[in-house]
Design a protein around this ligand. Sequence first.
Ligand code: ATR
Length: 276
Amino acid sequence: MKKWYAVIGDPIAQSMSPIMHDTWFQENGIDASYIPIHVEANHLEDAVDSLKRLGCSGWNVTVPHKSAIIPFLDQVDEEARQMNAVNTVKVLDDGTLFGTNTDGRGFVRSLQETGTTPEEVGELLIIGAGGAAAGISYALESAGFSPIAVTNRTIEKAKQMSKSITGSYAIQVDDAQSEISKFGLIVQTTSVGMNFAQSGFPLDPNGISEGATVADIIYNPLETEFLRRAREAGGKTMNGIGMFVHQGALAFELWTGVYPDTKKMIYSITTELGGK
Ligand code: ATR
């Protein structure tokens, strides 16, 4: 029987996941399809139940259900637990639901694709202490990137997060700013990279060391204000497309056993969003 997969969220119409996964199914000769499903928060439990009953083999989870779905799953792995968020569900052979989170590992894969190594990076800085920051820090630490400084508007959250990630510590925003030249990698994980000027977000990439890698997890717009400033300050910049494509590729691999072509996909999404 033809397999089918889905992505659930609210809103969902803008999601690029269906076209991405359908392209990969075609490229790999897999007879399956992937559909977007609009699920409102108060219908999440019913939606999970229906997906199971209708024979869905696995699905992605996006805003606002990433944490809320956890109680409806049978198991979640360490990565998802760290992030308190699930972005990928697989229906196992016995019908139970397994949840993981491929966002952090997706970020690390996209970083590795640019040839960036832990040795070259040395000390790194994570801006933000939400779920995305936790997943990325956890995956970076697992891939050998350390030490990890975590800065956040609310420093208590940075302290809390660094307790659960080996090799990480919290740093006040002002201190991170004055020591910015010591970081070989800076990762912006908050929603404010988008409209830097209006938000008055405290960290300015001016003063980074020449050639430092500066990443923003946002990919639309392709270049956030934060990334533009980092580029002008001499940084090697990386937007969130690589992370998006690799988180999808890791989900695809979990479902099908195949790691799909990410380079071609990154290129076509970049073009679609108006970049080169
Ligand atoms: P996600 O799961 O996507 O990471 P989240 O858990 O809501 O989202 O985390 C949002 C992050 O963006 C937090 O680090 C938050 O900082 P606070 O912990 O101080 O709230 C950060 N953030 C959001 N809006 C911000 C703003 N205007 N200025 C600075 N940081 C902001």
